[in-house]
Design a protein around this ligand. Structure first.
Ligand SMILES: Nc1nc2c(ncn2[C@@H]2O[C@H](COP(=O)(O)OP(=O)(O)OP(=O)(O)O)[C@@H](O)[C@H]2O)c(=O)[nH]1
Length: 550
C-alpha cells in the first residue's frame, strides 16, 4: 500500500452536504488484488460517529456518466468470514469482479451498517433466534430492534463529492434505489447464488423486505458453439505421472468422443499447473481449461501447503478472467487412495523403475533422447571397438549443444514464429523453439555418422549403409510429428541439420583422435540397432518414460 500524501495534508473539511451535515474526507491509493488495479481509497466520516463510508475508486470517475457503483453495508460475517448465511460476501466479490472488467467504477463500503444498522453483537443475537426458526425480520423485532435502520443520504453525498454525474447502481435493495434515484442512470440487479444456508435469508429479503432479489441456482451454462468448434486446453502435471496419465487419457478420450479440439501442455509438477494454465490461456485462448494433477501426501511435509498453493492459485486465476478453469485435481493421503479414483493400481504405479522411479522425474522431457542414446551406445559398443563409442557419444553431446544454439538463433531471427513455433497441441511450452527438431537432428547425426563409417571404412555396400542412416532418422521424424511435438518443416529441418552435423563429425571426429581402427561389426548387432532404436520410439508408450512415486 502506498500512501501518496500525508494524512494531515489530505484530511479536508468538505463543505456541508445537501442535508447540512459536515463530512470529513481522507484519501490514499492501494493495489487491490480482487479488482486487479491500483485504486484510490477515500474514507468519509459522517455525522453519525459509528458510520464511515469507504470509497474504493477505480479509474477516473469524475465527470463520468453511468459509473458502475455499489453501496455495500458492512457485514463482518459475510464479507470477512465468508459466511454462507447471507449473500453479502458473494455480492461484494461479484461487484469487485465487475470492477475488474471496467475502466472505472466505485464501491462504497459503509462501515457501521453491520446487521442493517443494529451492530454485530445484536446481529449475532439475532442469528440465535434465526436458528430457533425465526426469519431475519422477526429475529430483529423479537430483540426489540428495528428491521433496518440504514439511510443512504451520505452515500449520495459521497458520490456527488467524487464528481460522478450518474451511476449504474448494482443493487436489489429498493431503499438504496430510491435514496440514490437522483444520481442513478440505471439499476443493475445482482442475482444471488442460493445455498441451503442462505435460502431462508434470501426468501425473507424477497418476500418481506421487498428486495428484487433474483435467486440464481447453479446450472451448467449453455454451450455457445457446437462441440466441434470448441478448443479445450488440458494442462497436466508430470509428477505422479502414472496416475495423472490415467486421468488425462480419460479426459482426452471423452473430449475426442465429442470431437472437441484438445490442446495439451505438460508441466513438471502440480505447483506449475497455475502458470501452465495462464500460459495456455494467453497463447492459445481456449474456450476452457482442464487442469489435471495428483497430489499424494505420503511422507511429504509440504503436502498441505502444496494443495493450498495450487488451489489458491487456480481459484484466483478462475476469478480474474472469463475462461473457465476446471479443476481435475486429486489430493489423497496415499497411492492406494489415488489408484481407485484414477483407475490405476499400486503395483502398476511403481512402474518400470520400481522404487527408484522418482529419481527419473526430472528427466522426463529427455526420456526420448535418453532412450536413443542408451540403446545406441550399447549397440555401438557391440558393433565397434570400445574406444570408438565415446567419440560418437562426444559428438552427440556436441551436436546437441549446437542444435540448441541453432534453435535459439532461429527463434531470434524468425520473429513471426512461422518456423520455430511448435504445433498448438504440443506438450511443450509455447515459447520453447522447435526448429530444427533436436530429437530428429541427433538421431540423424548418429545414423549418418555411423552409416558413413560402415560405407567408407568398412566397405559396406552403399545402399545397406544408407538404410542404417535412413531408417532410424525416419522413425524419429515420424514419431515427433505423430506426438505433435514438431511440424513437418521442423522435422525436415532436423533431418537436414543432422545430416550436415553427421558429415561434419565423420570428417572432423577421427582427426581428433587420429585415424581409428574399426573392428568387424557383428551383423546381428546392426539389425538390433535399427529395430531397437526405431520401434520403441515409434510405438507408444515411450518405454523408458519414468513413472513417479511420491
Ligand atoms: N439483522 C440482520 N442483518 C443481516 C443478516 N445477514 C446479513 N445482514 C446484514 O444485511 C446487510 C446487507 O447489506 P448489503 O450487502 O448492502 O445488501 P442489501 O441491503 O441486501 O442490498 P443489495 O445487496 O444491494 O441488494 C448488511 O448490513 C449485513 O450485515 C441477518 O441475519 N440479520
Amino acid at each position: 500500500m502506498s500512501s501518496q500524501m500525508g494524512v494531515a495534508e489530505c484530511l479536508t473539511q468538505l463543505p456541508a452536504d445537501a442535508l447540512g451535515k459536515p463530512v470529513l474526507q481522507t484519501h490514499s491509493r492501494m493495489w487491490v488484488d480482487d479488482i486487479q488495479a491500483e485504486c484510490k481509497i477515500l474514507a468519509y466520516s459522517t455525522p453519525d460517529p459509528k458510520v464511515e463510508i469507504i470509497a474504493v475508486v477505480k479509474g477516473d470517475i469524475a465527470g463520468q456518466e453511468g459509473v458502475p457503483a455499489r453501496v455495500h453495508s458492512e457485514c463482518f460475517t459475510g464479507d470477512v468470514l465468508a459466511s454462507k448465511r447471507c449473500d453479502c460476501g458473494q455480492q461484494l466479490h461479484k461487484f469487485m469482479r465487475v470492477m475488474n472488467d471496467v475502466p472505472f467504477a466505485v464501491l462504497l463500503y459503509v462501515k457501521g451498517q453491520e446487521g442493517r444498522g443494529i451492530g454485530l453483537t445484536a446481529k449475532i443475537r439475532a442469528y440465535q433466534l434465526q436458528d430457533e426458526g425465526h426469519d431475519t425480520v422477526d429475529a430483529n423485532l423479537k430483540l426489540g430492534l428495528p428491521v433496518d435502520i440504514r439511510t443512504y443520504g451520505d452515500t449520495l453525498f459521497v458520490l456527488r463529492d467524487l464528481g460522478i454525474k450518474s451511476v449504474r447502481l448494482y443493487t436489489n435493495n429498493p431503499d438504496k434505489m430510491s435514496a440514490l434515484q437522483s444520481i442513478t442512470q440505471e439499476v443493475v440487479a445482482m442475482p444471488s447464488v442460493v445455498n441451503e444456508r442462505n435460502i431462508g435469508y434470501l426468501k425473507t429479503k424477497k418476500d418481506r423486505l421487498n428486495h428484487r432479489t433474483v435467486l440464481e441456482t447453479f446450472k451448467l451454462p449453455e454451450l455457445s458453439l457446437p462441440p466441434s468448434q470448441l478448443r479445450i486446453g488440458i494442462v497436466y502435471a508430470m509428477w505422479n505421472q502414472y496416475f495423472v496419465d490415467e486421468l488425462r487419457s480419460a479426459a482426452e478420450a471423452e473430449l475426442e468422443r465429442c470431437r472437441v479440439e484438445v490442446l495439451k501442455m505438460a508441466v513438471p509438477g502440480a505447483l506449475e499447473l497455475v502458470s501452465g494454465a495462464r500460459i495456455t490461456l494467453r497463447h492459445h485462448k481456449p474456450d476452457a481449461i482442464i487442469v489435471i494433477g495428483v497430489l499424494i501426501k505420503g511422507s511429504s511435509d509440504l503436502y498441505d501447503r502444496s494443495c493450498n498453493a495450487v488451489m489458491t492459485g487456480l481459484t484466483e486465476l478462475n476469478a480474474i478472467q472469463d475462461t473457465p478453469i476446471i479443476l481435475g485435481l486429486l489430493m489423497c493421503q496415499n497411492e492406494d487412495r489415488a489408484s481407485p479414483s484414477s483407475g490405476a493400481t499400486t503395483d502398476e504405479a511403481r512402474g518400470a523403475f520400481g522404487s527408484h522411479g522418482d529419481q527419473w522425474a526430472p528427466l522426463v522431457g529427455w526420456s526420448n533422447l535418453l532412450t536413443v542414446l542408451v540403446i545406441l551406445t550399447m549397440s555401438l559398443l557391440q558393433v565397434l571397438k570400445r574406444e570408438v563409442a565415446p567419440l560418437c557419444t562426444l559428438g552427440v553431446i556436441l551436436a546437441n549443444f549446437i542444435t540448441k544454439g541453432l534453435k535459439i538463433l532461429v527463434k531470434c531471427l524468425d520473429s513471426t514464429g512461422t518456423l520455430w513455433r511448435r504445433p498448438s497441441n504440443s506438450r511443450r511450452a509455447p515459447e520453447d523453439p522447435g526448429f530444427p527438431s533436436s530429437h530428429t537432428s541427433i538421431m540423424t547425426f548418429i545414423s549418418v555418422y555411423f552409416a558413413l563409417y560402415l560405407w567408407l571404412h568398412l566397405g559396406y555396400p552403399f545402399f545397406r549403409a544408407a538404410l542404417v542412416a535412413v531408417l532410424p532418422s525416419g522413425f524419429m521424424a515420424a514419431a515427433r510429428i505423430r506426438d505433435q511435438d514438431h511440424t513437418l518443416q521442423q522435422t525436415i529441418g532436423g533431418v537436414l541439420w543432422g545430416t550436415c552435423m553427421g558429415l561434419w563429425w565423420a570428417l572432423i571426429g577421427p582427426r581428433l583422435r587420429g585415424i581409428l581402427e574399426w573392428a568387424e561389426p557383428q551383423p546381428w548387432a546392426l539389425v538390433v540397432l535399427c529395430f531397437a532404436v526405431g520401434l520403441p520410439i515409434f510405438t507408444k508408450p515411450l518405454v523408458l518414460r519414468p513413472r513417479k512415486r511420491p
